[in-house]
Design a protein around this ligand. Sequence first.
Ligand code: PEP
Ligand code: MG
Length: 763
Amino acid sequence: MSDTDNISHPYRPGGSSPRVLLRRLREVMAVEEGAQERLDKLTEAIASNMVADVCSIYLRRDDDVLELFATVGLKPAAVHKTRLAWGEGLVGFVALNAQPVSIGEAQSHPSFSFRPEVGEELLNAFLGVPIIRTGQVIGVLVVQNKVTRRYTEEEMEAAQLVATVLAEIVAAGDLLEKADTAEVDRVLHRAEQLQGSPIVDGIMIGVAALHEPPAPKHKVFAEDVAAEVQRLKAGIVRLQKSVDDMIAQNQQLSGISRDVIDVYRLFAYDKGWAKRLEEAVLSGLTCESAVEQVQAENRKRMRRATDPYIRERLHDLDDLSRRLLRSLSGKSRKDELKLPKKAILFAHSLGPAELLEFDRKKLAGIVLAEGSDTSHAAIVARSLGIPMVGRCSAAVDRVEVGDRAIVDGGSGEVHIRPDKDVIDAYKEKLALFSAAQQEYAKLRDLPCVTRDGTEIELFLNAGLALDMPHLETTGASGIGLFRTELQFLIGPQLPTSASQEELYTQVLDEAKGKPVVFRTADLGSDKAAPYMNVSRESNPAMGWRGLRMSIDREGLIRPQLRALLAAGANRELNILLPLVTIREEIIAAREIIDKEIDRRVRKKLPLPSTINVGAMVEIPSAAWRLEHIAPLVDFLSLGGNDLAQFFFAADRESDRMAGRYDPLHPGFLSFLGMAADKANRAGKPLTYCGEQAADPLMAMALMALDFLRISVSASSVGPLKKLIRALDLNDLTAWLEPRLQSSTHSLRSELQDYVTGHNLPLN
Ligand code: PEP
Ligand code: MG
């Protein structure tokens, strides 16, 4: 038995009864007969396999009523007569909560409701399992016994396995009369409005695409088991070969995170996994259904595992299952990346590099089950102007490829299969949105000055050449932060110095003399390019990343500095160092910069007219000792995303942490105020670059704390300018100061009251 065996095969039922049961279900399905007869035989098979006195199947009707469709043990006359409202009785309780329920003595449960027509007076033990398809409950499978007893974990898992198969055969139309199938189909394809968290503002009406598409529609039971086993074996061999090829390819590039690939390989060759799949196929399932079954068991286990290492491994296995499905269908990853026009991508989670793999002309909206607004995927989406909603797992579960969908990144609403009325309402909202944009455009050339005369400079956060036209359209003062690492994340290999020079030259040309701050590649953590040979760390955000990596690996930063100096020849060049922790790191970086300057001097190549070097303050140690950092640089930039992450010890990529702590926490604000004071005292310009400044309330607090240079994404410039021009900054500063001592967790509601009281425009 291999080491991974206990991970990949979490579920080991007593004996092989669930597989025997599946075989029995297959036999029932293989016989040509009427729908009701089949249903009756299925319930009989389940009851006898599980040694139950009663087995019943309830299905959901269009009006959200659960109708008894088949039973063994209850009165036959109740079939198609007994109808329970959603949430009524134990069966309705199971449906409502979409969770299995096992009770030793059903009649003592508060949800028990007595229905004389079914004849369940003598029944005690109750096990109800929801029948779920694409995240929707479409029915309930019930097993009951006369004796008072608790169903074992294994019996529950067996019932769940059967419920999964039932869901598939119901949806495939193999079990019900045509009219009933159509009704289930209607339930599954209803219009739905779901609420997530707003991440990137904007509205898109488009077509759903899935980042992890399910297996294509397939049969549940195989016709020829022996042939199916062969197909599985061939699929696994192809999968193993593709993993081997991937390894060979990456050896050549001498990159990639080795251990990830090694684990893939381990799993791909894991005999236990293959055996488990084979067992499922031998019980009569098709390869695709077998992969889905084993994968579902793993997922269940994944949810229970607390050890992050095991969770990570199980994610790998999940990914491997998807690869196997692809290998079985003969599709490639390329096929999966193909998007329809106006695609709204639904994904569980998404890294910045994955996002950039998609065709940007087609990718028009993003909905994530996870995701926070300071994650790097969010930053990339913002820079591309792609509306995005996060923490909306129900939408990701329920959507199907090709569904009409609407994403509203401003409110966090997601609509799937919307009715015409909803679409019309959104068209209207879109029109208003563009009217607001037109109004902001009118502000473009007006001064960005508060009502009481303080000038605020608004800059743009950027990272792609695509961002540059926004300088013109927004009238921003320059690029406050150019995240150069995005170029490193797009391609399959390290960008050459020449291609970096090309990008920086284009950026400077398009900036037409406005200042651009280039941050040297802030790689590592979640921004690890696949070709980089970076070993896994348990806390990568606090690991080898940013400036730490650059000064350890001159081979990474020197070609970049060479490209920057060349692109900046005869013009102003601003170089920003990310993730500074202590002053010695700046000294080390400056030495490397000097080496590249000397190189150009030796080669008699022109230098930039001015070279300014800045430090990004995004670690509390650097903010706390800013007076020691500031003298070593020409300018400062405050990275609020990372600073908040470390201040609150809350992972910015974690959806569980998203929104948990508010940057309007008075302690965080006074910490920021301290940094601003120190920068001002040192006479060094300071720009706030964190995404939080897109929130007008946060921008107000920042200005009151003396951040007079703020860098945001293009869509925030107009609304912020409108707000700034209406603001009395002296009044706000005096208002804020005493509140910084407050013990509350957030000044949000007080600031909101200030806005209302002063009639300030928010959006
Ligand atoms: C930050 O940390 O606030 C920042 C601007 O940099 P990034 O989001 O790229 O880490
Ligand atoms: Mg940062």
